[in-house]
Design a protein around this ligand. Structure first.
Ligand code: HEM
Length: 217
């Protein structure tokens, strides 16, 4: 199991797997299966995958602790960057295909439509996270500051859910499913923070003083 999870081939496999939604969209486009409204179809598909990757990225820390598989951390950066990648595609659909780079129309949209405002916030917060996702940036910022910054992913996750909830007209089941997942993942973090603080105060003090890794988010 350890050899499998630490193999570079497994990482390459996960990378290819993350590209499947994009490959699927390209195949659907080639086969002319993007429905009568391809812009809406692609915007929805990329929005869905952005939120899914945010949720998957947030699930890494709980899974590695609950299932005792520390090696899962190797995949977290890649998963987070794929969330950003699909976010960029989603954003590009709106900016380029929907708005034709009309900045006035875009600013008006961000100001007027609350679901765009909150989606915009979620996307903008992903930019510094993607930029500072490298080991060099962890060193430069220091583990503690890096962790603080990367907690912005919680705001992106919440913004993504609210964005989705506000845009659907009647059937809110899917955004609510995401809300439960994000809620559970954030509640787990809060729970484990309290656990570390009160059950193991000495260990907590040591790791707070000398944070060397980016494992806390
Ligand atoms: C500048 C940022 C963003 C803009 C302009 C934007 C815009 C849009 C638009 C126009 C739609 C389709 C709405 C409709 O057809 O009524 C949409 C859907 C969606 N967006 Fe975004 N979005 C942004 C950021 C995000 C982010 C950061 C996430 C996730 C973290 C996200 C997740 C979704 C989801 C899940 C959907 C619905 C997909 C579905 O219906 O299956 N969006 N977005």
């Amino acid at each position: 199991m350890n050899a499998f999870l630490t193999s570079k081939w497994t990482k390459a496999g996960v990378f290819l797997l993350c590209l499947v939604p994009l490959a699927n969209l390209i195949m659907e486009a080639i086969r002319g299966e993007l429905t009568a409204n391809p812009i809406e179809f692609v915007t929805h598909a990329t929005g869905d995958w952005t939120l899914r990757f945010v949720v998957i990225t947030l699930a890494v820390s709980p899974l590695r602790r609950i299932l005792h598989i520390p090696q899962l951390i190797r995949f977290r950066r890649m998963l987070g960057l794929f969330a950003f990648f699909y976010g960029c595609l989603h954003f590009s659909m709106w900016i380029g295909v929907d708005k034709f780079f009309d900045w006035h129309d875009m600013i008006a949209d961000v100001e007027k439509r609350r679901f765009i405002t909150v989606g915009f916030l979620g996307f903008v917060l992903m930019i510094p996270l993607a930029i500072t996702s490298t080991a060099g940036w962890i060193r430069r910022l220091g583990g503690r500051r890096w962790q603080m910054l990367h907690r912005a992913i919680y705001v992106t996750a919440a913004a993504g859910v609210i964005h989705y909830y506000w845009l659907v007209k009647s059937d809110v089941r899917k955004p609510l499913e995401y809300a439960y997942m994000v809620g559970a993942l954030l509640a787990w973090r809060l729970g484990s923070w309290f656990y570390d603080k009160w059950q193991r105060p000495a260990a907590g003090a040591v790791s707070a003083k000398h944070p060397t890794t980016a494992e806390g988010i």
